[in-house]
Ligand binder design. Structure first.
Ligand SMILES: *Cc1c(COP(=O)(O)O)cnc(C)c1O
Length: 454
């Protein structure tokens, strides 16, 4: 019988994270201060992040050791399994060989604890007692709540009010892990109180929740802030995925021709492709294709501008050079909440600009069609975000069939969709809709880009 699973032992787990900054053909553009618009220094970030993470953000070392305490927690679910998608291949009648690396086996159900655990550890080590963060649909909040509990740190999560009301189960997960979760806008911060005074029924937004969490961290000596995607150190923590996958593809006897993943802030997919893109940069695997998949309604890489922009809606977060739809852009309410971000990780943008990774945008209904096909063949019910990557994987496999080519496709599977049954119900009952690219809104939002002195 053909081998379905490629599994590593704990002893085979990578001991270091891979830092792409050591191998970039050109260095990353610097972050800028949101007020002065001058390059950002470590001192500017010190109130928000522990020093070790600030160092990792700008480090040029190729490998950084994973602390033993972090490895021990990783062992709860790592190394994760690489599967060969025989049933999907058969259903598509494709000569393509499809593999997927499944990150949904972590306790919170996605890749996000790979960085949450590392961040909680460094905060603990530097004496931080409490961490504040924001969450949209609750995937990041629940991952950080989980990690904080393991390192005995208090966790406060500002959760966008609409999600808080509509998706109570992620909140209850956070509370089960001992975190405090409040709907944003909340009366606990000035940003929240100002908004509530203006509009007591304000549904909230991710940008406002970020503003609340940042204000909380700035305002308390014992508290730091934490971000679940976008930043260089977050992407680096996720490279454990790609390093494991490399070993597992070797066990399977293949090197991928195409790697596919979904991108919101860019962390899960970068975690997968960064160890492979090194081979492409070095000329070892020049024709490797790396495909970033995003929603048609929030098409950052395919329709955005490569420019300096704020990381948050309020303009309080650092300014980064990235593909952006404008920091005031409010994406339509697609179910893939994790992909509704106006910007993208600077590392992913830089590599896209240099031509090492490609991007494509897909409409919502087609992603659920792909997700249901995956569930009915491989069994796993995937997160709405992941369904974007599955859509593009199926399309590539069908192209292989048309062209009679037997390419090897590696899918980065970022998490399960067990809390997204309402979205699946909407699709199955034929009620799910597509949102066209909101061109006029983007045009308007791009007027809000900061003016950067030459
Ligand atoms: C948060 C999330 C994403 C999007 O975030 P990235 O930083 O782009 O990885 C994708 N998939 C799942 C399951 C998520 O929870």
């Amino acid at each position: 019988m053909a081998q379905k699973k490629f599994t590593l032992q704990e002893k085979d787990m990578p001991r270091q994270w891979y830092n792409i900054q050591a191998d970039l053909p050109e260095p990353l553009p610097p972050y800028l201060h949101p007020a002065t618009k001058q390059p950002l220094g470590p001192a500017d970030l010190a109130p928000l992040f522990p020093m070790e993470l600030i160092k990792q953000e700008v480090s040029q070392e190729r490998y950084i050791d994973i602390p033993e305490e972090v490895q021990e927690v990783y062992y709860l679910w790592r190394p994760t399994t690489l599967y060969r998608a025989y049933a999907l291949e058969k259903a598509l009648d494709t000569p393509a060989k499809i593999f997927y690396k499944y990150e949904g086996s972590s306790p919170p159900g996605s890749h996000k604890p790979n960085t949450a655990v590392a961040q909680a550890y460094y905060n603990k080590k530097e004496g931080v007692k409490r961490i504040a963060t924001e969450t949209g649909a609750g995937q990041w909040g629940s991952s950080l709540a989980f990690a904080c509990k393991l390192f005995d740190i208090e966790c406060k999560v500002y959760m966008v009010r609409v999600s808080y009301n509509q998706k109570p189960y992620r909140r209850i997960m956070m509370e089960t892990w001992g975190a405090k979760c409040v709907p944003s806008p909340s009366p606990d911060t000035k940003a929240g109180r100002d908004m509530l005074a203006k509009d007591p029924d304000c549904p909230g937004s991710l940008g406002l929740a970020i503003s609340e969490a940042v204000e909380d961290a700035f305002g308390r000596e014992d508290t730091k802030y934490s971000l679940g995607s976008v930043l260089n150190h977050v992407l680096m923590h996720q490279t454990i995925i790609g390093q494991e996958a490399m070993k597992q593809m070797e066990m399977a006897g293949y090197y991928p021709d195409i790697i596919v993943g979904c991108v919101g802030g860019g962390s899960n997919f970068a975690g997968m492709f960064l160890p492979f893109v090194k081979d492409k940069i070095k000329g070892k695997k020049k024709d490797l294709r790396i495909v970033c998949v995003e929603p048609e309604s929030c098409p950052t890489l395919t329709k955005g501008l490569y420019a300096y922009d704020y990381g948050d809606v309020a303009g309080m977060a650092p300014i980064a050079k990235m593909f952006t739809l404008g920091h005031t852009f409010m994406p339509p309410p697609v179910h893939a909440g994790g992909l509704r971000y106006h910007g993208m990780a600077p590392i992913v943008c830089h590599l896209h600009k240099l031509g090492f990774v490609e991007a494509r945008a897909v409409p919502q209904v087609a992603t659920f069609e792909a997700g249901v096909t995956f569930a009915r063949t491989e069994g796993i019910i995937s997160a709405p975000e992941t369904n974007h990557a599955i859509r593009a994987t199926i399309d590539e496999a069908l192209k292989c069939k048309q062209e009679g080519k037997s390419r090897v496709i590696l899918l980065a599977h970022s998490g399960h969709g067990h809390f997204d049954m309402a979205a699946y119900e909407s699709y199955l009952s034929g009620k799910l809709q597509d949102y066209a690219y909101p061109e006029a809104l983007v045009k308007e939002a791009l007027k809000s880009l900061p003016q950067i002195p030459a």
